[in-house]
Design a protein around this ligand. Structure first.
Ligand code: NAD
Ligand code: IPM
Ligand code: MN
Length: 345
């Protein structure tokens, strides 16, 4: 197993250090190569993602990323030039974001029901494509456009992925989240393709919610969701909310998958570089550790992935959630749990 590791900025390197500790316990044979992409490299060389590095990354089985973004770099430079460029170049069209309320974890809501959903967020299209621009720049009449691009090819493949996942889950339910009442062109395309693909999955029940209403249900009744399929921007917003209702952003893992498997997929916490807590050693590394589990699962190391998830479940069930966690102590504990099999069912 050859893995490329991009720790990145802020808390990225802090949580990745712990994730690698856990990886080392479950897959000691994994070969890792670290890449220093991020704010520091940009400051010293002006580079974001050199072609030679992209070529090297492509020769790995998967990529593990911490987070990118730093207050010393203008907003968007690293996010677009590094993170989104990786997702686009490596055709990461399925942005997989599971959100599950683990036993022992309390969400911010009272009377937490069972929550176990997976958001299939489109990863290479929508308003993220970077089409648009400024007219009459720096005048009182400046016009900024940001075009959302939705192709039948791009929407169909992510919709197919979501149906296939729903089919494999016990509840077999899929919710399309969009804003078809306003975004009528892309809304029509998404609705049509969901309807068409649903004919091939008669066992999967389908419902629809507008994004605004979906945020209500995500807070008042998150247990209703099973698989959600949605566009790039709605999926970004909804998955921070899904993380918040399942114990916090420090627990939320994700995979950026190239469904055709022509390129390495990339696994990362849903959270960012958290400049407000960077350097203090208090970031929760669980999201990064669970991202390693998603990575191993994706590469077929299913038993190792389950061991990590079981260790996380055991840790969360017994953790003192009122105390401020320490990155290293959580990582040490998870590494010890996976190595000793303690708590592994
Ligand atoms: P953020 O996710 O970095 O932080 C949001 C809040 O969550 C902060 O209060 C932070 O302290 C907290 N938080 C995040 N991760 C945590 C963890 N592991 N443990 C405990 N608390 C945690 O989002 P932001 O503040 O909007 O963005 C900061 C920077 O990160 C920006 O530059 C942004 O563009 C970038 N970003 C990058 C990614 C990525 O690399 N995938 C994702 C989101 C944001
Ligand atoms: C995420 C982040 C990214 C996104 C940004 C940093 C480009 O918020 O991974 O959720 O919007 O996809
Ligand atoms: Mn986000």
């Amino acid at each position: 197993m050859r893995l490329a590791v991009i720790p990145g900025d802020g808390i990225g390197p802090e949580v990745i250090e712990e994730a690698l500790k856990v990886l080392e316990e479950v897959a000691p044979g994994a070969e890792t190569t670290t890449y220093d992409l991020g704010a520091a490299r940009w400051h010293s060389t002006g580079e974001l993602l050199p072609e030679s590095v992209l070529t090297e990354l492509q020769q790995h089985d998967a990529i593990l990323l911490g987070a990118v973004g730093d207050p010393s770099v203008p907003s968007g430079i690293l996010e677009r030039g590094l993170l989104l460029r990786l997702r686009f170049e490596l055709d990461h069209h399925v942005n997989l974001r599971p959100a599950r309320l683990y036993p022992g974890v309390r969400g911010p809501l009272s009377g937490n029901a069972e929550i176990d959903m997976v958001v299939v967020r489109e990863g290479t299209e929508g308003p993220y494509v970077g089409t648009g621009g400024l007219l009459r720049k720096d005048t009182p009449h400046e016009i900024a456009t940001e075009v959302s691009v939705n192709t039948a090819f791009g929407v169909e493949r992510v919709v197919r992925d979501a149906f296939a996942r729903a089919e494999r889950r016990p509840r077999k339910h899929l919710t399309l989240v969009h804003k078809t009442n306003v975004l009528t062109y892309s809304g029509r395309l998404w609705s049509r393709l969901v309807e068409e693909v649903s004919l091939e999955h008669p066992d999967v029940s389908v419902s629809y919610l507008h994004i605004d209403a979906a945020t209500i249900h995500m807070v008042t009744d998150p247990g209703r969701f099973d698989v959600i399929v949605t566009d790039n921007l709605f999926g970004d917003i909804l998955t921070d909310l899904a993380a918040a209702v399942t114990g916090g952003i420090g627990l939320a893992a994700s995979g950026n998958l190239d469904g055709s498997r022509n390129n390495p997929s990339m696994f990362e916490p849903v959270h960012g570089s958290a400049p407000d807590i960077a350097g203090q050693g208090i970031a929760d590394p669980t999201a990064a550790v669970l991202s390693v589990a998603l990575l191993l699962d994706h590469l077929g190391n299913v038993e190792e992935a389950r061991r990590i998830e079981a260790a996380v479940a055991f840790d969360l069930a017994t953790r003192d959630h009122a105390a401020t966690g320490h990155t290293r102590s959580i990582g040490d504990r998870l590494a010890a749990l996976v190595s000793s099999h303690a708590g592994v069912s």
